[in-house]
Design a protein around this ligand. Sequence first.
Ligand code: 13P
Ligand code: SF4
Length: 303
Amino acid sequence: MFNTKDLQNEIIKLKKENDICVLAHSYQTQDILEVADFVGDSFALSRLASTAPQKTLLMCGVRFMAETAKILSPQKKVILSHPDAGCPMAEQLTVEELRELKKQYPQCAVVVYINSTSELKTECDVCVTSASALGVVSKMPQKDILFIPDCNLGSWIAKQLPEKNFHFIKGGCPVHMQITPEEVDIARAKHPNALLLVHPECLKAVTERADFAGSTTEIINYVAKSDAKQFIIGTDNTIVQHLQFEHPQKEFYPLSKGCICKDMRLTTLVDVLNCIKGTAGEEILIPDETIKKARICIDRMLG
Ligand code: 13P
Ligand code: SF4
């Protein structure tokens, strides 16, 4: 029987032999992060996807991340680690609905969260991630912004840019939105000395009670720089585990036991091995015209 280390060694050997770069979102499990060439938030993964020298990219994450990698590197083969790993938020607004909205808000620039389909991106002015949104939107000349599909990230950005008029339609991350303000009160009462760090996909009532809100990488960097010894973490609970691995002398508590992204959990270490062998995963194929149009708004973000 194989153990974790055997599987990891096989993956490391085969990915080199097959010229495959393994990209892993920070929500993947520790055993997968250990075999990845790059680990990061959506913003870092977008950048790395276009600079990796390998001919094949294996994205351990969810579909919009693999699609972004394909859009930025159309000449490469891009594999999504599990065919069913989607992001429910990415499916919340259709292109047809967006076309109607653009008629209702003709004065607005359309800012689309990267957690969206390639097709939706073809109709948008600029793409953002949670790490890049504030910087990107603050530099936009337009005052009126239609921010889709994440109302929570959008409201968090809007609060910091009062000079702009934001419009939100619907949408948000079902995983982060299930964290309640009551859970914040309970966690604060239980761990009075801990700092509360949350992802801006959380509800406004949660984000505004936090000591810090940021992308997964920003949360990880915040902990690394902080002198505090205890942290309550309001994002996917794998981050609690990764932080505990990296900082054994500090203490980390999940804000909500239910904050687990099922889609991110679908990929296993065996899937990673089988993707590398060519017997699992899904090759991402996007029509050239969609790639060309969707790339415009992603390039505007990357600068
Ligand atoms: P990050 O950009 O922070 O990685 O967020 C992506 C995501 O899907 C969080 O739920
Ligand atoms: Fe999508 Fe939420 Fe999962 Fe992130 S945590 S991939 S936004 S469902």
